[in-house]
Design a protein around this ligand. Structure first.
Ligand SMILES: Nc1nc2c(c(=O)[nH]1)N[C@H]1C(S)=C(S)[C@@H](COP(=O)(O)OP(=O)(O)OC[C@H]3O[C@@H](n4cnc5c(=O)[nH]c(N)nc54)[C@H](O)[C@@H]3O)O[C@H]1N2
Ligand SMILES: Nc1nc2c(c(=O)[nH]1)N[C@H]1C(S)=C(S)[C@@H](COP(=O)(O)OP(=O)(O)OC[C@H]3O[C@@H](n4cnc5c(=O)[nH]c(N)nc54)[C@H](O)[C@@H]3O)O[C@H]1N2
Ligand code: SF4
Ligand SMILES: [Mo]
Length: 854
């Protein structure tokens, strides 16, 4: 036993050391091939397949359990997204389950004024806790349905997110449900919908082995998508002249392996992208045939000002931020003209020659280019616009939807795509790409949910998006808030306001807050009821990753103590809240959830979680495969003229549940060819399904012979939109009082708020606290040494943190960075909650601060 455990520790120590050492090439990103041996012992090992709990890379894993305990997690070579690799977080996944202070019994707070302290929570039975939660929810929703809210997550498994949305939207007729993905992917989503009228990237991770040039536009892949980064660097090292340009606001580990690092002033990325487009047009370097065959041009509302909720959305400009009008190619070119290389250089600080070099890369027809971006682009006061700007470049040169050629928006969370985006846990969405504001979309949803026509009409207006939800809570306008799979009391912007540190906003004390959690967190410190949840493979679930791959994680072990599957918790509450309610004379709960949950028994209809998940999947799948549902087929998809273009649900087919298990994950659209369910790697690229291409455009529209042999079959008029978006400045810029940029994000060892990874001793030791990374000269000017504690203050709030000039994040003068994994340093007390007016995603990257020695 000791020997193999030692071997395991040794193997993982190597990858951890690589991670901690801050080095930047493939294996050094902290990636290792399938890893350690399990702890041995007398019991038999059982092996289950799954997908990592952490980032949107979605690495496949094999879990080994012994004597009821998860003993090892290794890379799954059969998973197409990761091919056997895991990073250091994946390597330590089994330990994430076994922190000493797992929540194992429900907790109730009797005195709301103990919120925010370590006192006040007492143990309770499930019966008492569920009755209390249901009673509070029922009273609140009967009283005023606009005063309840659910805050979900891109870490919610698909089936759980689907039924949560169904309960909230159909059970309670409330749209006040939004996921943490609003803080993360919302700008990417709105960008996709505006440009292609369908969400999620056309390409796949296989582009990483097919590109000649990589451009990262605000993505620290070495820390945040380490396995994808190792595929990128491995391809770069293959000796085929592959290049990488890293556009960033500060040097990171990702910059270390780049051929060229272009450091730009925060927010000036739009000017750089526009200058590239302008250069391509002025020098006649764009793809004429592609422009002619595939593109339409637009411009939208401009001069958007600064968005945050108290008033902005209803203001004159706020109410028309989505408006666009068609323009001609010439108009588009004319709008771009001011964006000379010199002007962009002046705004961004990037040398003219560097911008030209990058533009020439896009112009070169012999180079396949893959653009990658994450939160630098999305968490941006013009985040949706910057997504547009990247598409504009790729579309002008036709470098899209072909192996190695792709604008690839990286997903952060394991199921931000699969759950938040695909099943409709946003306040404005329904499952699949449907939206609540569209009556035909509601009819279609009613058909699948077996609801009478018009039942969902009371929800025809979107509910509160995340920032509004928390701002309304802080004002005392939310009576009941339920959160799961997130830790908002650390991750939400402007915590000074949310947590009631600002005496003007004390709503948190009057809101009844329910938190489903696995560990005590800062959010549970503010909860009135804490419900202990099963963690990851303590139940079966599914995640949908950044390349549209849906993967099942199988149950490997039982949850500890009385901890329960989140779905069980949801349905127990739903059963109690909907007691006595009917739909068309039928019991409402049975109508909505009877297919999986037996009210008489007070539990699922079966103990087999595979069966329960399969049943939910099959219902959800009918949204994309309407041929499976007669009622759905009867809905006239063309009734409002836009529905057909928007919907074409069959274009996003999903396979039967068990296919995902046997395939270890499949990328949608998954189509049946000769009895086999085949995934798609390159959406819109005409070609055979067997080879991972997408025959749908040709089958449906007979569109062949167009430039690059692609068909954007979801786009209106089959043409994606190139939308002109001007440079507009960040909400705050450095001033005498607040002279530093404060940018925030993550580092390899820790996941988000650290609630899981800070409980893994090896990961905690490797990076025990969050540090403020600063430029050495700035430190010298302020008389600060490494390790000194400083006070960081913005117009929003203030916190203390220790300083580092180690260079792991290496900012130029005037720039600073910290990660948000450390509950003891609540950096979001000072982070602004100004958001992109189109996507409502907050800008976590550009708060201005002053720094003083504490
Ligand atoms: N280790 C680890 N990995 C993770 C996570 C984690 O918590 N830990 N979380 C996952 C999640 S949910 C997410 S969303 C991803 C995030 O992944 P990333 O977005 O890669 O990581 P961040 O640290 O948030 O952002 C850093 C990047 O933002 C850029 N940036 C800052 N300001 C600007 C700007 O004005 N414009 C542009 N274009 N770029 C700018 C910086 O240059 C830098 O490249 O990571 C995922 N992976
Ligand atoms: N300053 C700053 N703030 C940011 C960002 C930033 O870049 N800078 N990025 C934003 C982004 S992109 C994101 S995605 C968010 C992420 O922010 P959050 O999602 O709020 O943070 P997490 O730590 O991922 O919270 C997930 C919680 O779920 C718990 N958990 C784990 N498994 C389960 C389970 O099965 N059931 C239940 N009920 N709970 C479980 C974990 O213990 C953990 O506390 O943060 C945002 N906040
Ligand atoms: S954290 Fe991301 S890169 Fe690391 S193993 Fe998990 S999914 Fe893969
Ligand atoms: Mo995220």
């Amino acid at each position: 036993m000791e020997v193999s455990r030692r071997q395991f520790v040794k193997a993982t120590a190597v990858s951890l050391a690589m991670a901690a050492a801050g080095m930047g090439t493939a294996t050094l990103a902290g990636c290792a091939p399938s890893g350690g041996e399990g702890a041995s012992g007398s019991g038999e090992s059982t092996f289950t397949s799954g997908v990592c709990r952490f980032c949107g890379t979605g690495c496949g894993v094999i879990c080994e359990a012994k004597n009821g305990r998860l003993v090892s997690v290794t890379g799954d070579p059969d998973n197409g997204s990761s091919r056997g690799l895991n990073c250091v977080k994946g390597y330590y996944l089994s330990n994430v389950l076994y922190g000493e202070d797992r929540l194992t019994v429900p907790l109730i707070r009797d005195d709301p004024y103990t919120k925010g302290t370590d006192e006040g929570l007492r143990e309770a039975t499930w019966e008492e806790a569920l009755d209390l939660v249901a009673d509070k929810l029922k009273t609140a929703y009967k009283n005023d349905v606009s005063r309840i809210a659910f805050w979900g997550s891109g870490q919610q498994p698909i089936a759980e997110g689907y039924l949560t949305a169904k309960f909230w939207k159909a059970g309670l007729l409330s749209n006040n449900i939004d996921p943490n993905a609003r803080l993360c992917m919302a700008s990417a989503v709105v960008g996709f919908m505006n440009v292609f009228q369908t969400d999620e990237p056309a390409g796949s991770y296989d582009d990483l082995e097919n590109a000649d040039v990589f451009v990262t536009w605000g993505a620290n892949m070495a820390e945040a998508h380490p396995v994808l980064y190792s595929r990128l660097t491995a391809h770069k090292l293959s000796g085929e002249g592959v290049k990488h340009y890293d556009l960033t606001c500060y040097r990171t580990r990702t910059s270390e392996s780049a051929d060229k690092v272009l450091i730009f002033r925060p927010g000036s990325d739009i000017a750089v992208a526009n200058a590239i487009c302008n250069y391509l047009i002025q020098n006649d370097l764009y793809d004429h045939a592609f422009v002619e065959d595939h593109l339409q041009f637009k411009q939208g509302t401009e001069n958007l000002g600064d968005a945050f909720d108290d008033g902005y959305d209803k203001s004159e400009v706020g109410s028309k931020v989505d408006a666009v009008e068609s323009i001609g190619f010439e108009d588009f070119a004319a709008r771009l003209e001011p964006y000379t290389l010199e002007y962009a250089s002046e705004l961004s600080g990037v040398p003219v020659d560097d911008i030209r070099e990058l533009a020439d890369v896009f112009a070169d027809p012999s180079k396949k280019v893959m653009s990658l971006w994450t939160m630098g682009v999305n968490q941006h006061n013009r985040g949706t616009w910057m997504n547009h700007c990247i598409y504009n470049i790729h579309l002008l040169v036709g470098k899209i939807a072909k192996p190695g050629n792709g604008p690839f928006s990286l997903t952060g969370q394991p199921s931000a795509c699969g759950t938040a985006r695909e099943v409709g846990t946003f306040c404005h969405r329904l499952p699949a790409d449907l939206v609540v504001a569209n009556p035909q979309h509601r009819r279609f949803t009613e058909a699948i949910w077996n609801l009478p026509e018009g039942y969902l009409d009371p929800i025809s207006k979107p509910g509160f998006h995340t920032t509004k939800m928390f701002r309304e809570m802080s004002k005392g306008n939310i009576d009941f808030m339920w959160t799961a799979h997130n830790n908002w009391a650390v991750s939400a912007p402007n915590l000074t306001r949310v947590l009631g540190v600002d005496p003007a906003y004390q709503g948190i004390y009057s809101t009844f807050i329910v938190v489903d959690e696995v560990y005590p967190t800062n959010s549970t410190r503010y909860a009135d009821v804490v419900l202990p949840a099963a963690l990851w493979v303590e139940r079966e679930g599914q995640f949908g990753n950044g390349e549209r791959r849906t993967t099942i994680f199988e149950k490997a072990v039982d949850p500890p103590g009385e901890a329960k599957w989140d779905l069980w918790i949801l349905l127990q509450v739903a059963m109690r809240v909907l007691e006595g309610e009917t739909i068309d004379g039928e019991d409402a709960f049975n109508r909505l959830f009877g297919f999986v949950f037996d009210k008489e028994k007070g539990d699922f209809i079966s103990d087999d979680e595979k069966e329960i998940n399969g049943l939910i999947w099959e219902e959800y799948r009918t949204f994309s495969n309407p041929e499976l549902n007669e009622r759905a087929q009867a809905i006239n998809m063309d009734a409002d003229g836009t529905f057909e273009a928007k919907l074409k649900m069959e274009a996003k087919q999903l396979a039967p549940y068990e296919e995902y298990r046997s395939a270890h994950g499949l990328t949608w659209p998954v189509r049946e060819v000769d009895g086999k369910w085949l995934p798609t790697k390159w959406r819109f690229a005409n070609g055979s399904q067997e080879e991972g291409f997408d025959p749908y455009g040709v089958e449906k529209y007979g569109k062949t012979g167009l430039a690059n042999d692609v068909c954007f079959y979801k786009a209106k008029d089959l043409k994606p939109s190139v939308v002109f978006r001007p440079y507009e400045p960040p909400a705050q810029e450095p001033s005498e009082d607040y002279p530093f940029w404060f940018s925030t994000g993550r580092l390899l060892e820790h996941w988000h708020t650290g609630s899981m990874t800070m409980r893994v001793p090896e990961l905690k030791r490797a990076l025990p606290e969050s540090l403020l990374y600063m430029n050495k000269q700035d430190c010298a000017d302020l008389g600060i040494k490494d390790g000194d504690t400083v006070r960081v203050t913005s117009t929003y709030g203030t916190f203390e943190i220790n300083v580092s000039t180690s260079g792991r994040v290496d900012p130029d003068p005037g720039m600073t960075f910290a990660a948000f994994f450390d509950e003891k340093r609540l950096i979001n007390l000072a982070v602004e909650d100004i958001y992109c007016p189109l996507s409502k995603e907050p800008d976590f990257k550009k708060t201005c601060v002053r720094i003083e020695k504490a």
